[in-house]
Design a binder for this molecule. Structure first.
Ligand SMILES: CC(C)(COP(=O)(O)OP(=O)(O)OC[C@H]1O[C@@H](n2cnc3c(N)ncnc32)[C@H](O)[C@@H]1OP(=O)(O)O)[C@@H](O)C(=O)NCCC(=O)NCCS
Length: 196
């Protein structure tokens, strides 16, 4: 509506009300549009992978049980809907493109003709011990506990518990090495190292 028409409307009592109401409705509509835009922006921001130093804090905010003293690489996905089922201790390194899953379908009663989408979920905790190193592109399945100091090779699929200070690799991950304690290193090995 142009300025002249508005002035004309203002001259009669009914027109005055229409102009007043119209202005209010327009302001409300603009406010609603701004609010929608703000919500959309917030949603987009949440989808952006935060900077490396902010990722542990972001995970903690999402509900992951941790002090936040661990490292996360690029594109690591965790079960955000079940974040409280993820427990991460200090010094853990979750390298890029890993995936931490806390839920899966319960197939105990799945029969021919059933719809998988109607099967109940099993939700189980993931526990990652102190100083664990998880290689790139690894998937950690629900219910898995990885002991302190364990190392998971790149591209592994961890379906079962991994004991402390072991090396596990493969899909599914298998233990291929148990790291020795300092006291277990024989003197001959030490002297061999020195001679080299
Ligand atoms: C698992 C890992 C720690 C082993 O390192 P390593 O002790 O130097 O072992 P080697 O490279 O000598 O390999 C030993 C054996 O394991 C195998 N292997 C190594 N890494 C493997 C992996 N990720 N998956 C499957 N097998 C693997 C090797 O083929 C070799 O097998 P062989 O004895 O039959 O020949 C390492 O290979 C790895 O995957 N590190 C993670 C890398 C990563 O994610 N980097 C990103 C950091 S930001």
């Amino acid at each position: 509506m142009n300025h002249e028409k508005v002035e004309k409307l203002r001259k009669n009592p009914f027109g005055k009300i229409i102009v007043k109401l119209g202005g209010k409705i327009l302001r409300c509509f603009n406010l609603y549009k701004t609010h929608r835009k703000f919500r959309w922006m917030t949603k987009q921001m949440n989808m952006i992978d935060p900077a490396q130093d902010k990722r542990p804090k972001y995970w903690k905010k999402c509900g992951v049980d941790t002090t936040g003293n661990f490292r996360v690489g690029y594109g690591v996905y965790f079960d955000a809907g079940n974040a409280s089922h993820i427990h991460i201790e200090d010094g853990v390194w979750i390298t890029s493109r890993c995936l931490l899953l806390c839920h899966k379908r319960d197939l105990a009663n799945y029969l021919v003709g059933d719809d998988i989408n109607n099967m109940p979920y099993i939700i189980a905790d993931i526990r990652i011990g102190k100083g664990v190193h998880i290689g790139m592109d690894t998937v950690i399945m629900p219910g898995v506990t990885i002991g302190d100091g364990a190392i998971i090779g790149a591209g592994s699929l961890v379906t079962k518990d991994i004991p402390s200070y072991t090396l596990a690799v493969g899909r599914p991950a298998k233990i291929v090495k148990e790291f020795p304690r300092c006291s277990e290193i024989t003197p001959s090995v030490v002297s061999n190292n020195i001679s080299i």
